[in-house]
Ligand binder design. Structure first.
Ligand code: ADP
Length: 266
């Protein structure tokens, strides 16, 4: 679905912040990029929809190099959710959610139905919310609308850059549940950046651990927790209060702790 082939990015000559990255993200996969601050996660994410140009290498979506897509094609088919709530303050929730459908010239009826469907899917009463301004919503609700906006035009891919890091623990947990549920329902390809290991383990089908622009390890939560490839991965797991286990599968641990706010540590 999304393929990185020897991708590097330097903001200044000779100083790559992403180096020779080769990896494949499968269709319908929830793929998490995780690593310390400055490890190149956001840069990697933004290269997918050409918010940042590559220095060398190729990124392909459905086998076609991204450079061969128009910017419109990329914006319309790739939803994007940022850390900061970025709703248009003078537009209603309905208008915010239908920004891309409007550009794609959906009919008024189609857009209204889509807003009802999306708000209802995350437990918000459509009639009570659709005409409100963002300022009339809590921070958690605004971020929830940000996620719905990214999904509104039914994109093939959704990019999420630390979408919940500014939220309180309860809102964060609710939104994690929403996103997991939406992913289960529609099976879109999601690329999700976080520095929170517990979040990565809860949500990811596969997790890619980055350090200084390189990939340290890619694997399922089970694979990573049971066989951390090196000391860095082991330390990173432990820093997130995630115990490395060989005796019990991580899936069992995750089932026990599913969406609990308590640490996954044994
Ligand atoms: P992460 O998302 O893992 O925190 P980033 O991709 O944001 O990492 O940043 C990787 C490195 O690139 C950091 O050293 C950062 O300072 C640098 N960087 C990011 N954006 C820019 C930019 N626009 N100009 C110059 N350097 C940048």
């Amino acid at each position: 679905m999304i393929r990185f082939e020897n991708v590097s990015k330097s903001y200044s000559p000779g100083k790559p912040v992403v180096s020779d990255l080769t990896l494949e993200i499968n269709e319908g996969e929830f793929f998490v990029l995780i690593g310390p601050s400055g490890s190149g996660k956001t840069t990697t994410l933004k290269m997918i929809n050409r918010l940042i140009p590559l220095t060398t290498g190729t990124i392909r979506i459905q086998n076609k190099p991204i450079i061969d897509y128009t910017i419109h094609e990329l914006r319309w088919n790739i939803g994007y959710v940022l850390q900061q709530i970025a709703l248009f303050p003078n537009m209603t929730i309905e208008e915010n959610i239908t920004t891309v459908p409007e550009m794609k010239k959906w009919s008024k009826t189609q857009m209204k139905e889509r807003v009802t469907e999306l708000l209802t899917s995350v437990g918000l009463d459509a009639e009570s919310y659709r005409h409100r301004l963002p300022s009339e919503l809590s921070g958690g609700e605004q971020q929830r609308v940000g996620v719905l906006r990214a999904m509104a035009a039914d994109p093939d891919i959704i990019l999420m850059d630390e979408p919940f890091s500014a939220l309180d623990p309860i809102s964060k947990k609710n939104l994690q549940e929403d996103v997991a549920k939406l992913h289960q329902q529609v099976k879109k390809t999601i690329v999700f950046v976080t520095h929170d290991m517990q979040e990565a383990l809860k949500l990811g089908d596969r997790i890619c651990i980055m350090k200084e622009g390189h990939v340290e390890q890619i694997g399922t939560p089970d694979e990573i927790c049971q066989n951390p490839k090196n000391e860095f991965v082991r330390e990173f797991l432990q820093s997130g209060n995630v115990a490395v286990t060989t005796s019990q599968t991580v899936q069992t641990l995750m089932a026990m702790n599913h969406f609990s706010t308590s640490p996954l540590a044994l």
